[in-house]
Design a protein. Structure first.
Ligand code: GLY
Ligand code: MN
Ligand code: MN
Length: 366
């Protein structure tokens, strides 16, 4: 973990004497805490990590996760039992380190005010862009975990056709998908599973309801696994029985768009150019303008991991070790949608596919 901490400091444009990663309560827990300390288990609500330029890490935490903290590699642990001992430990850990970087993007306002009051003589600055950049390029250990998370989702993708039953609700299918991931070793869904039957598929982030599956419906199923804290993200779109003819045609355009994106992914290409490659295919079809989101995002300790993405605004260049989703879609209000989403890691020669479930059009027998 020392390497990760050192790298964050190396990437800073304006140096600081220390970085403080301060958690609030769920869901306001900064995954940078786990990234920098290497803690394998535990929430670490209300805990703080103090990082220093030589890779030093001090974890200040309570009794709930003290054991986990002690098993973190390279970290000094200070166990606290009150807000007063937290304040004292922070002051001690930051003695002589006046300029302190904070991860503004993840810090709650209340915690920021607490830090200001506790450390009145320190100067705070925002190091969140640097933290996002550091987390975007994964090391070997992170890629291995993402590979396994993706492997779980691919296995489940193969099982989904067998789960479909006439009359089942979107909510039932979502829980079956999550159950299957759990059986394969996922620690939980990496986000709330999306199951959208028929016209619901036109909304990319649809939340499942009690709507029942009927013959002739299309569906979009978007879900992800967590393996050792790392998140995969996968979407498959199926038809149940024989849907209207355009379902197959839409699916084929989305497949072609995804393929066009894969063909340009390599180090040095901008995220915007990868997005454009897919968008052009869709815009050359009958469904021009129906691709309504960015092509992909960074994955890692969070499913939307910040940092570099694949969208018209992504000017940053791809680098070896970036892990991204590639998820073109076509959304037709009143009809439904098709999205195909896979996870990749950028390699020296292009990319490695992390998800490997079949992507072709499939009409599941109703
Ligand atoms: N699961 C939301 C997304 O694909 O980004
Ligand atoms: Mn995604
Ligand atoms: Mn997704």
């Amino acid at each position: 973990m020392k390497d990760r901490v050192r790298r964050i400091f190396r990437l800073l444009k304006s140096p600081v004497d220390a970085i403080v990663v301060a958690n609030s309560t769920e869901p306001h827990v900064d995954m940078t805490f786990a990234y920098a300390t290497g803690v394998e288990s535990g929430l670490f609500e209300g805990s703080v990590a103090v990082l220093t330029p030589n890779g030093g890490t001090t974890i200040i935490t309570g009794a709930l996760e003290a054991e986990s903290a002690r098993s973190a590699p390279d970290a000094e642990v200070i166990e606290i039992d009150s807000m007063d001992s937290l304040r004292k430990s922070l002051g001690k850990s930051l003695r002589g380190r006046k300029s302190v970087g904070l991860n503004y993007r993840e810090l709650t306002h209340a915690t920021y005010l607490f830090l200001k009051k506790t450390l009145p003589d320190h100067r705070f600055s925002d190091v969140s862009p640097t933290i996002a950049t550091a987390r975007t390029v994964k090391d070997k250990e992170e890629i291995a975990r993402l590979r396994e998370a993706a492997h779980i989702t691919s296995k489940v993708a193969r099982e989904i056709p067998g789960m479909l039953r006439s009359g089942m609700t979107e909510l039932e299918l979502a829980s079956e998908v999550e159950y299957h991931m759990g059986r394969l070793g996922s620690a939980g869904p990496s986000f709330k599973t999306i199951v959208a039957f028929g016209p619901h598929g036109a909304e990319p982030h649809f939340e499942p309801t009690r709507t029942k599956l009927k013959k002739g419906m299309t569906m979009v199923i978007d879900y992800g696994a967590i393996y050792q804290r790392y998140c995969s993200d996968c979407t498959r779109s199926f038809a149940f029985g024989h849907p209207p003819k355009q379902a197959r045609a839409i699916h084929e355009v989305v497949e072609a768009a995804q393929q066009a994106a894969f063909e340009v992914i390599r180090p040095g290409v901008s995220g915007a150019d990868v997005h454009k490659a897919a968008e052009q295919v869709i815009n050359a079809s009958k469904w021009k303008g129906r691709f309504i989101h960015g092509l992909g995002h960074s994955i890692g300790l969070a499913v939307h991991d910040g940092g570099v993405g694949l969208s018209p605004r992504s000017k940053e260049k791809l680098e070896v070790g970036m892990c991204l989703t590639v998820e073109p879609g076509i959304y037709v209000p009143g009809f439904g949608g098709v999205r195909i989403e896979d996870d990749i890691v950028v390699t020296k020669d292009g990319y490695e596919m992390l998800t490997d479930a079949p992507r072709g059009y499939l009409e599941v027998k109703g």
